[in-house]
Design a protein around this ligand. Structure first.
Ligand SMILES: C[S@@+](CC[C@H](N)C(=O)[O-])C[C@H]1O[C@@H](n2cnc3c(N)ncnc32)[C@H](O)[C@@H]1O
Length: 210
């Protein structure tokens, strides 16, 4: 395995797990993830950081996918610690290995920044949700401030290869709405204590319209 392979297999998963577990980010997760109910699917579930926020009284089944073997190890460990049955598989959001209209809730946190094809992923998430099902999302992305967005564009080419393909300049809420979802409880903010180019967060509940 070359240096690039070692970096991506061993260093990136640890950096991601650490960066995505800051107290401020965990607080945002706590406002979004516990709303999951019924049969739940999590895309990019690697790391397992959302496991602690699922309310087992509301969730009747859990499935998740992630392409990273190392992050999947963490996710399976977190699910085992929670003591519930979880169907956690290796896979990508562009081709979700579950049937149409089979989930009540889809959860997507800090993942649309890293997928190859966000449009395909959003189509897949819509496909697997039942009519009226909800996509709970919490993502970082393109700042609404032109000056900050300019810095995001300049930094992204250096950032992306170091951080497992993470983009800084992807819009978050607008693409969700373009895929036939109705938005409720939206929120956005810069995370305090982070450089603005990495700190713009958006979240919300997107309901699949019939
Ligand atoms: C920044 S991490 C966030 C992990 C987790 N969702 C969280 O909230 O802590 C990005 C995640 O997206 C996953 N990922 C990358 N490409 C993906 C794809 N095409 N489909 C699904 N997940 C993907 C990565 O393996 C990684 O687990």
């Amino acid at each position: 395995m070359g240096l690039k392979g070692l970096w991506e297999t061993h260093v990136v998963p640890r950096m991601i797990k650490c960066a995505c577990a800051s107290p401020a980010i965990m607080e945002l997760r706590a406002g979004v993830v516990p709303r999951a109910q019924g049969r739940v699917f999590e895309i990019g579930c690697g790391g397992g950081l959302n496991q602690q926020f699922y309310d087992t009284a509301r969730v009747t089944g859990f499935a998740g996918i992630d392409p990273s073997g190392k992050l999947l190890d963490y996710a399976r460990e977190a699910a085992a610690q929670k003591g519930w049955q979880a169907d956690i598989r290796e896979g990508v959001g562009e081709d979700i290995p579950f049937a149409d209209e089979s989930f009540d809730t889809a959860v997507c946190t800090y993942t649309l920044c890293s997928v190859h094809d966000p449009d395909k992923v959003l189509s897949e998430l819509r496909r697997i949700l039942k009519p009226g099902g909800q996509l709970l999302f919490l993502e970082h992305g393109l700042s609404p401030e032109a000056k900050v967005a300019g810095w995001q564009r300049r930094i992204e080419p250096l950032w992306k290869p170091l951080m497992g393909g993470c983009h800084l300049t992807r819009p978050v809420t607008a693409p969700v709405l373009q895929h036939g979802f109705a938005l409720s409880d939206p929120g956005h903010q810069y995370m305090p204590g982070m450089p603005k180019w990495a700190a713009w967060m958006e979240w919300g509940i997107a309901t699949k319209s019939a």
